[in-house]
Ligand binder design. Structure first.
Ligand code: ADP
Length: 249
């Protein structure tokens, strides 16, 4: 491709990105301003229940903005070459478990089942980034399924490929074959009456996939009739990796 053509494409991608971000920022901001205005101008005419409801909307929309800005900062960090990946050869189970506990605190009625195979090999990852991957997947599994449903997390070994896999499976709304091809793209959200009720910005899986691949792993998604399963795979750490880690410690 000619250089100018490449530059035009890049410029267009940046313009599209700015336009999508502006739209994503505008929706919650408009709602915050609207409800704050109503509270200021009509406070005495509103019932205590109405005031409470409006304040909760303002809080929810502010949280939505914070989440979006945090995701945007992660995307911008990931795209700069300066982002540091601090590899460590670790047993991954405690990190999966703590991510699960963190999400569990927010979804009180969901059930979480964990199957951790014994004597798993270490893998070489940045533990903070690994934890972010797990939180995103377990949070989605919880968010896109009904209250009281079960999320199953399995960590096991693929002996043939000398790799380790983490599966996050839910009983939720599922994803169609057509949509599954798009969900890892930036700002991609499935548009359906069910997903419209659930808050999100379509950046979580893009961030997740980018982080997995940056650390030389693979991610895939499948969904049959009901529920979805996301599988992340990483090669087992080599003997040299483990020895280097021991020296560092
Ligand atoms: P969002 O912030 O919208 O949740 P993600 O990038 O994490 O963004 O996910 C992209 C889209 O993929 C979601 O909007 C949703 O439509 C779909 N999705 C992700 N995880 C699941 C899941 N476990 N079950 C059903 N749909 C899912």
């Amino acid at each position: 491709m000619v250089d100018t053509e490449k530059n035009n494409e890049l410029e267009q991608a940046q313009l599209d990105f700015i336009s999508t971000v502006s739209h994503e920022l505008r929706t919650p901001l408009t709602s915050i301003r609207g409800f704050a205005d109503t509270l200021l101008t009509s406070y005495d005419r509103l019932s205590p229940e109405q005031r409470d409801k409006f304040l909760h909307i303002i809080k929810d929309q502010s949280n939505r903005l914070i989440h979006l800005v945090e995701n945007l900062l992660t995307v911008s960090k990931m795209q700069s070459d300066k982002e540091l990946i601090i590899y460590k050869s670790v047993n991954i189970v405690p990190f999966v478990d703590s991510a699960m506990q963190m999400v569990k605190n927010q979804y009180k009625t969901h059930k979480y089942i964990t199957n951790y195979q014994k004597n798993l090999p270490n893998i070489l990852v940045d533990t903070d980034k690994f934890q972010q991957i797990m939180i995103n997947l377990i949070d989605n599994a919880s968010k896109y399924s009904e209250e009281g449903s079960t999320v199953t997390i399995t960590v096991g070994q693929n002996y043939n490929e000398n790799s380790l896999f983490i599966s996050v499976k839910d009983e939720g709304i599922g994803i169609s074959e057509e949509d599954i091809k798009k969900i890892f793209n930036k700002f991609s959200r499935v548009d359906s009456p069910l997903t419209r009720k659930i808050q999100g910005n379509g950046l979580g899986l893009y961030i997740t996939k980018t982080l997995v691949e940056k650390m030389n792993g693979k991610i895939s998604a499948s969904s049959k009739c009901k529920g979805s399963e996301f599988i992340v795979e990483f090669k087992a750490a080599s003997i040299e990796d483990n020895a280097k880690q021991k020296i560092k410690e």
